[in-house]
Design a protein around this ligand. Structure first.
Ligand code: CP
Ligand code: NVA
Length: 305
């Protein structure tokens, strides 16, 4: 039987996502009531980090512990992974000793190669191309606040990065629209975003126009991890792509603001917006925990309800 992986958003069908969200609601509710729930007792998650993280590490490590299992943290500085061991060999060895693997790395190709040689499910914890766990949590958060996302409009303001690509894939799977506004030279590359080719997104030169009528306005850092050499050029190119009160006013009156965090106030978003009444960023961050617990349960145990 094929091993289920979550390497990009479209690895889950709409039905799978609905199931994972249903489980996330149950798991979150139990957590809030301090009810122990240990479906992954004696299971082990290995987390491999080639880039920095606060939320991803914490939500996976705490999440696995709360599900009754254990999590082991590996990085490239003090494991053989940074010393040239082929990713295929690492996958063979690591996957014989654990039940689940989460990887944060640079090229998407690395997680794909790891998964191809893994005996256990592999989760993408962020690559240059995608951040599927974050978008799963973001959509779960949107649904909690505003109901079904189908047919709604998400405004993506800023870089066509891993977050943007994943929103675009999610729009195809769950049938909503994305209005994208990037500075010239930083446009979406549909092939890199892994789109099916159906048109669920529209590009806007003017970020204010992209926000018109949007139900969700979201952005991310101007420079993602791994692209630090471009910092200065990006700071100049992105200066007008700061989500501010005017953009939020152009959106639907019920619009929410999201940011995967960490955020830079005064760059991609003003303090008034991210700390304002439409911002749901703390719920969004918390939901990484609940949604990923449901995802881990699903990948290891399949459908249990
Ligand atoms: N949003 C997110 O993935 O945060 P970390 O980089 O802290 O994991
Ligand atoms: N796009 C950002 C997201 C960080 C969580 C990055 O890749 O650095």
């Amino acid at each position: 039987m094929a091993i289920p992986h979550y390497l990009q958003f479209k690895d889950l069908s709409r039905a799978d996502i609905e199931y994972v969200f249903e489980r996330a609601r149950v798991i979150k509710d139990r957590f809030k009531r301090y009810e122990a729930y240990h479906p992954l007792a004696d299971r082990t998650l290995v987390m491999i980090f080639e880039k920095a993280s606060t939320r991803t590490r914490l939500s996976f490590e705490a999440g696995m512990h709360q599900l009754g299992g254990a999590a082991i943290y590996l990085n490239t500085r003090d494991s053989q992974l940074g010393r040239g061991e082929p990713v295929e060999d690492a996958a063979q060895v690591i996957s014989r000793m654990c039940d689940l693997v989460m990887i944060r790395t640079f090229e998407q190709e690395v997680v794909e190669r790891f998964a191809a040689h893994s005996r256990v499910p592999v989760i993408n914890g962020l690559t240059n191309e995608y951040h599927p766990c974050q978008i799963l949590a973001d959509i779960f958060t949107f649904i909690e606040h505003r109901g079904d996302i189908q047919g709604r409009t998400v405004a993506w303001i800023g870089d066509s990065n891993n977050m943007c690509n994943t929103w675009l894939q999610a729009a195809e799977v769950l049938d909503f629209n994305v209005h994208v506004s990037t500075p010239p030279g930083y446009e979406v590359e549909p092939e890199r975003a892994g789109l099916y080719g159906t048109s669920h997104f529209e590009s806007f030169a003017d970020p204010l126009q992209a926000c018109q009528g949007a139900h969700l306005v979201t952005t991310d850092v101007w420079t993602s991890m791994g692209f630090e050499a471009e910092n200065e050029a990006r700071a100049q190119a992105f200066a007008d792509w700061c989500v501010d009160a005017e953009m939020m006013a152009a959106a639907d009156p019920q619009a929410v603001f999201m940011h995967c965090l960490p955020a830079h106030r005064g760059e991609e978003v003003t303090a008034a917006v991210i700390d304002g009444p439409q911002s749901v960023v703390w719920d969004e961050a918390e939901n990484r925990l609940h949604v990923q617990k449901a995802l881990m349960e699903f990948l290891v145990l399949g459908r249990i309800a």
